[in-house]
Write a new protein. Structure first.
Length: 386
């Protein structure tokens, strides 16, 4: 291994010890260590490294912010993010990004070397330019990194900003739009430039109350609608030409008393189904979860249960059960998973109508009718339109 490597961690002794090991293992590798991200970024501006290894959570600028700032200077910079506070969903999201590796503390030196070699082999990724799909990933990683700060996005002369507070999206503004509508407007932009920072002054008053999963899901729906609208506009002239060819043809008779099927809104269908489950005796909370990402697609209730954390945790439960079934050679499907606690029932039902989704339901054990709840879950699945 040769080239130049930068290591950043607020634990100075870890930086010194790791640099000594790397220097002994790779005499041709030039290494530099920093205990704060600001100094590391200044060094990157002076001389571009071949690899960046950085802690995720640090005072001041976080590792995620350093990653994005460094990629705006060196667009294809391979990065290894290390943290002692990793979550399954954050690790999965980071590993999905080209040129980024995720390593949990404490780590062995050979694990670090392997991560460096893997990310250097996939030397492409984000830069300061962002497209729609990349903006979604960027927002999600900012949330999962539990960071705080301001994300500024520009498209031509238009400008908007999103504010994060320990991973929660709390404020958005775009021109005259505020809150959710401002967020959705930015999500429909086809491309643009972004900037992250903490230099925007105190966080403005909160104008977003819904969770980040809802925001990204609705934003994705509006992106699809915007793209569909552009396609219709492009085909408008051709359709007008075709209509002239058929303007003298009498259309077939239509039974006006028979209603034309309308596509049910996805969010409305999910919300209606979850609200039906909220009518169960002993209901505490429920959510619909994408087991591929651990993200919630909708939720009701919750109370003292953090449904976002529960969604991610029970995603691992479903994956583990399926892996065990595969190991045992069981050619069958999971109907539901029941977890009985001292005071609660936790029911997990993978959907047969859409692979990769499951409903997670929490009930008060002293008041719930478990048999009725299982039947209600089955009925809810039949009514969902996804």
């Amino acid at each position: 291994m040769n080239g130049r490597l930068i290591l950043v961690d607020d634990e100075q002794e870890l930086v010194r010890a790791t640099l000594r090991r790397l220097e002994r293992l790779f005499p041709d590798l030039r290494v530099a260590g920093f205990s704060d991200a600001g100094s590391a970024l200044a060094d990157i501006r002076r001389e571009a490294p071949n690899v960046l290894v950085t802690d995720l959570r640090m005072p001041g600028m976080s590792g995620l912010e350093l990653l994005l700032a460094a990629r705006s200077i060196v667009p294809q910079l391979p990065v290894v993010l290390v943290t002692a506070f990793g979550t399954p969903e954050l690790g999965a999201e980071l590993r999905r990004s080209p040129g980024i590796e995720f390593l949990e503390k404490p780590f062995a030196i050979d694990a670090l070397v392997a991560a460096i070699e893997r990310t250097a082999a996939a030397n492409h990724g984000w830069s300061g330019a962002v497209a729609q799909a990349e903006l979604t990933d960027l927002v999600q990683m900012y949330v999962l990194g539990q960071t705080s700060g301001r994300l500024e996005i520009r498209q031509g002369s238009d400008c908007g900003e999103m504010w994060f507070d320990q991973g929660r999206i709390v404020h958005a503004s775009c021109g005259e739009l505020l809150g959710e509508e401002a967020f959705y407007r930015m999500m429909t932009w086809k491309n643009g430039q972004f900037a992250l920072g903490r230099d925007g002054g105190p966080t403005p008053g909160a104008n977003i109350e819904v969770g980040w999963q809802h925001l990204l899901l609705e934003g994705a729906r509006r992106m699809d609608d915007a793209q569909h609208g552009d396609a219709e506009a492009d085909s408008g002239d051709a359709e007008n030409d075709l209509s002239r060819l058929f303007e003298n043809i009498t259309p077939p008779e239509v039974d006006v008393e028979k209603p034309i099927p309308q596509r049910r809104d996805l969010m409305a269908s999910i919300k209606e189904g979850l609200q039906n489950l909220a009518e169960l005796d002993g209901f505490i909370g429920v959510c619909l979860v994408d087991s591929n990402s651990g993200m919630m697609m909708g939720s009701e209730g919750g109370g003292v249960i953090n449904l976002e954390a529960a969604a991610a945790g029970n995603t691992e439960v479903v994956r583990a059960k399926r892996k065990t079934m595969s190991t045992l050679g069981l050619k069958d499907a999971i109907e539901d998973i029941l977890i009985t606690l001292g005071k609660q029932y936790h029911l997990i039902r993978p959907l047969t109508i859409k692979d990769g989704l499951f409903i997670y339901l929490v009930l008060d054990k002293t008041r719930a009718n478990l048999a009725l709840a299982r039947h209600k879950l089955a009925d809810t699945e039949k009514d969902l339109v996804i």
